[in-house]
Design a protein around this ligand. Structure first.
Ligand code: PBG
Length: 336
């Protein structure tokens, strides 16, 4: 509450009221808690590997043992959920490492569930990190039509990937590919294989965004040709986002995501107020990198900008926030 009496009651003269920090906290309409944050982690094969990601200071490609260390550190700061991405040893034209029983994500999930059983382990379900061409689906090249992403053949591979994550012990799967019908396909496959109780968090409103730049370096998933505009959304559209979310919910999504976050707070707000579903905001790589870069030059206050941005996502309607700054933010929350 703004502790200033005016507005609805014009007979009251504006009056400044006492605002101690505790009083302000008591009346805050939105708040942040470490348990609402999800830390994305990049897993790669090997052991004792911590390879810095140049465009994302503080983020690393980690071997599974190091993923466990990083997740344990996050958990001790109160961040009890992680979202796993994999960088496979080998990429090919069928993304075979995406659904391999002993793939990098599957291995890492098993290790995490063994070492940190209380941790919520989410997995990103997509093919782009595993395809040699870097697209999120199966590609066909024809002389007449050029390159096309084939929707339906992709669904089978995505469903297999999601089931293999569930099999390894993932608590939740999060398809990020934006193919049509993937939530339904994944739901059916999970149910058929005995994972009826594994929830799906759908990247429902995912925009074709320049804010993913640093991630593509981190995950080594930059498309080798073309772009993702044939399957990701146009920044000009909001109604389309609502239709995408509605479809994903009809197909069985248990929670929905808006991505990126800061440039799409209006979408976040509309999605939450229209559907009232558990809603996630993904503060994507460039949102993180821009703050890091400006803070390194002393141009912005990293803590202030980060916390204000996260709070704006909560205010807009996010129940949970996926952010590379999760651990720092949790520490700042503890100090506040
Ligand atoms: C995979 C995927 C992407 C991100 C999450 N999952 C990249 C993309 O669509 O190119 C972006 C995350 C980020 O920028 O932090 N499809």
């Amino acid at each position: 509450m703004s502790l200033t009496a005016f507005g609805r009651y014009p007979q009251l003269r504006p009056r400044r009221l006492r605002q101690t920090p505790a009083l302000r906290r008591l009346f805050a309409e939105s708040r942040l808690h470490p348990s609402q944050l999800v830390l994305p982690l990049f897993a790669r094969p090997g052991s004792k590997i911590r390879k810095p990601i140049p465009s994302m200071p503080g983020a690393f490609q980690l071997s599974p043992d190091e993923v466990v260390r990083e997740a344990a550190k996050a958990a001790s700061a109160g961040v009890t959920s992680v979202l796993l991405f994999g960088i496979p040893r080998r990429k090919d034209l069928t993304a075979s490492e995406a659904y391999a029983g002993n793939g990098i994500v599957q291995q890492t999930v098993r290790l995490l569930k063994k070492e940190l059983p209380g941790l919520v382990v989410m997995t990103d379900v997509c093919l782009c990190e595993y395809m040699s061409h870097g697209h999120c689906g199966v590609v066909r090249k024809t002389a007449r039509a050029g390159t096309r992403i084939l929707n339906d053949p992709t669904l089978k591979l995505l469903a297999r990937t999601a089931a293999s994550h569930a099999e390894a012990g993932a608590d939740l799967v999060a398809p990020s590919d934006m193919m049509d019908g993937r939530v339904g396909a994944i739901r059916r496959e999970l149910d058929a294989r005995g994972f009826e109780d594994t929830p799906i968090l759908a990247y429902a409103a995912k925009y074709a965004s320049a804010f993913y730049g640093p991630f593509r370096e981190a995950a080594e998933s930059t498309p080798q040709f073309g772009d993702r505009r044939s399957y990701q959304m146009d920044a000009a559209n909001a109604e389309e986002a609502l239709r995408e979310v509605a479809l994903d919910i009809e197909e069985g999504a248990d929670a929905v995501m808006v991505k990126p976050a800061l440039a799409y707070l209006d979408i976040l707000h509309r999605v939450k107020s229209t559907f009232g579903y558990p809603t996630a905001a993904y503060a994507v790589s460039a949102e993180y990198s821009m703050v890091k870069a400006a803070a390194a030059r002393g141009w912005v206050d990293e803590r202030g900008v980060t916390m204000e941005s996260l709070l704006s996502m909560r205010r807009a309607g996010a129940d949970i926030i996926i952010t590379y700054a999760a651990v720092d933010a949790a520490r700042w929350m503890a100090e506040a």
